[in-house]
Design a protein around this ligand. Structure first.
Ligand SMILES: Nc1ncnc2c1ncn2[C@@H]1O[C@H](COP(=O)(O)OP(=O)(O)OP(=O)(O)O)[C@@H](O)[C@H]1O
Length: 366
């Protein structure tokens, strides 16, 4: 069942998007403070032409502030913002938002309730003759499959449709770069997947470079060509979702992308001992204190075939999977595992564990 009839309409009537010039947006050594509190601490990062770059991080990590700096709503204290090598903001230069060629779609994509949909979409096209602005706005509405709503007012549209109108409004001036701050956060989870996929398809067609803020690692993995992970105003790691998931640079990055069990240990002979077995600590010096992350999905649980004895302390049924807490010898800490729901028989207490090597990550303690 499709809860949003507008989405179905979009599949049939959406026009291929007009192409924008793909642009490269660069943050170069950006620092920023609010009232003396440093919020961005030297971030350098580039969104390549035509790519979808997700800024990912917990609340307060500085994602929105970076977007606002790119848009020209906020000024950095040091560093430069460049578009195709041209300085938008830097020492002695500050282009106002309307001269940056950057489109914005912020969290509360609020449409103006007293304006028709077409007037909402042509809001940013004031520099054009009215006839051209209407034609451009209609084109943008066709792109998102909602041209038939042009003369309606926002309140008759569903949340998902309003979101698509907001996207049309942001794309109408054909920005070289589109900045989106948590664009799907107001949508219910059933709609979110469809709208996100539609939005991504439209971004690909327009070839606009897009920077999308999210705090949801899965959303970033679904959308991004590259992800930049932020924490406390610093860039932790940037790369593809594969890089960040498989080769996280530290425990924080590992824990952001998967649920983990965490153990402390010390490197001895290139190995580190944990309650769930030995892990390789190649490249880390003898005697170094380390943190070992074991992904929940990497903890195999079997009645007899594993090598580590364990006792099930709790089981939580989550539908497709089951979350287990297990006691193992040598630690007070419970080990958590995520297994297929019908995998273990009801009532079983004593089991064995087998850890998948790929799901063990070892990091030097910082
Ligand atoms: N207008 C403001 N005045 C003072 N401090 C602010 C202001 N806006 C943001 N901050 C602070 O700047 C830091 C970064 O905030 P920012 O909104 O950029 O983070 P974020 O990663 O986008 O968080 P969220 O996901 O919650 O939106 C936070 O510590 C926040 O409290």
């Amino acid at each position: 069942m499709d809860p949003d009839p507008g989405t179905q309409a979009a599949e049939h009537t959406r026009r291929t998007a007009g192409v924008t010039f793909a642009a490269r947006l660069t943050f170069d050594g950006i620092h920023h403070s609010y009232h003396g509190k440093e919020t961005i601490k030297g971030v350098s990062l580039t969104a390549e032409p035509g790519e979808v770059l997700c800024l990912l991080g917990p609340s307060g990590s500085g994602k929105t502030t970076l977007l606002r700096i790119a848009a020209g709503i906020e000024a950095q204290s040091h560093g430069r913002v460049m578009l195709n090598g041209r300085e938008l903001a830097g020492p002695g230069v500050f282009l106002p938002p309307e001269r940056r060629g950057i489109g914005l779609m912020f969290q509360d994509f609020a449409l103006f309730p007293h304006m028709t949909i077409i007037d909402n979409v042509r809001f940013g096209l004031t520099a054009m003759p009215q006839k051209d602005a209407i034609a451009e706005a209609m084109g943008a509405l066709e792109r998102v499959g909602l041209a038939h709503y042009a003369q309606k007012f926002p309140h008759v549209l569903s949340g998902g449709e309003q979101q698509r109108v907001a996207l049309a409004r942001a794309l109408a001036p054909r920005p070289e770069v589109l900045l989106m701050d948590e664009p799907f956060s107001g949508l219910d989870s059933r709609l979110k997947d469809t709208i996100r996929a539609d939005t991504l398809a439209i971004l690909r067609e327009t070839r606009a470079t897009a920077i999308v803020v999210t705090h949801d690692a899965e959303e970033a993995m679904r959308m991004a060509d590259r992800i930049a992970l932020l924490r406390d105003g610093t860039l932790v790691q940037a790369g593809t979702s594969d890089d960040l998931y498989r080769r996280p640079c530290n425990l924080f990055a590992a824990a952001f992308f998967s649920e983990i069990n965490e153990f402390d240990g010390v490197v001895r002979n290139g190995l580190v001992e944990t309650p769930v077995g030995e892990a390789s600590a190649q490249g880390i010096g003898e005697g170094t204190p380390v943190s070992v992350a074991v992904r929940l999905s990497g903890v195999g649980v079997a009645e007899k075939s594993g090598s580590i004895p364990a006792r099930i302390i709790s089981r939580r049924f989550l539908g497709v999977v089951e979350l287990l807490s297990l006691a193992v010898p040598g630690t007070e800490k419970l080990v958590r595992a995520r297994v297929r729901a019908d995998h273990l028989r009801p009532g079983i207490r004593d089991v064995t564990l087998k850890i998948n090597r790929q799901d063990i990550l070892v990091f030097e303690k910082t």
